[in-house]
Design a protein around this ligand. Structure first.
Ligand code: CMP
Length: 141
């Protein structure tokens, strides 16, 4: 099944000029970028995005980090995109991420972990709609 998933290139990666290197990983894996933009999140937008983590001890630092500089947000499309993008990213903690994954190669720590990806079809739908209108998503073959 062709799916869409939502992705963020986080501030730590944008700051280190890794946007292109990370986009290359998406494309090499067969994921197509069907929507993309740079945004600098404010606290309200970041808190809403991570609402499911509100009660976690790392929530405030997560929001502080995600608002610390611009991010790239994108919609990726491909066969089994949600799962395949999670495999491409590797585990949340770069120390646990498999060799050759984005987080293994670029992430600095659990917090500064370079990329985000949706973890289910429901979160993909919610996260895509949180950042993009329908007309900003470009169908491709
Ligand atoms: P992400 O996929 O964006 O979803 C939530 C984020 O919270 C996660 O990536 C990490 O960057 C961050 N995170 C998760 N667990 C921890 C933790 N134990 N300490 C600090 N940050 C965390």
């Amino acid at each position: 099944t062709i799916e869409k998933t939502f992705s963020i290139v986080k501030p730590d990666a944008v700051k280190r000029n890794l946007i292109g290197a990370i986009y290359q990983r998406f494309e090499n894996a067969g994921l197509k970028i069907v929507a993309s933009k740079m945004v600098h999140l404010d606290a309200t937008k970041a808190q809403g995005f991570y609402a499911e983590h509100e009660e976690k001890p790392f929530f405030n630092e997560l929001v502080e980090f995600m608002t610390s500089g611009p991010v790239m947000v994108q919609v990726l499309e491909g066969e089994n995109a949600i799962y395949s993008y999670r495999e491409l990213m590797g585990k949340t903690n770069p120390e646990d991420a498999a060799c050759g994954t984005i987080r293994s190669d670029f992430a600095l720590s659990m917090r500064y972990n370079s990329v985000h990806g949706s973890d289910s079809p429901e979160s993909a739908a919610r996260e895509i709609a949180y950042f993009f209108t329908e007309d900003e998503i470009c169908p491709r073959d």
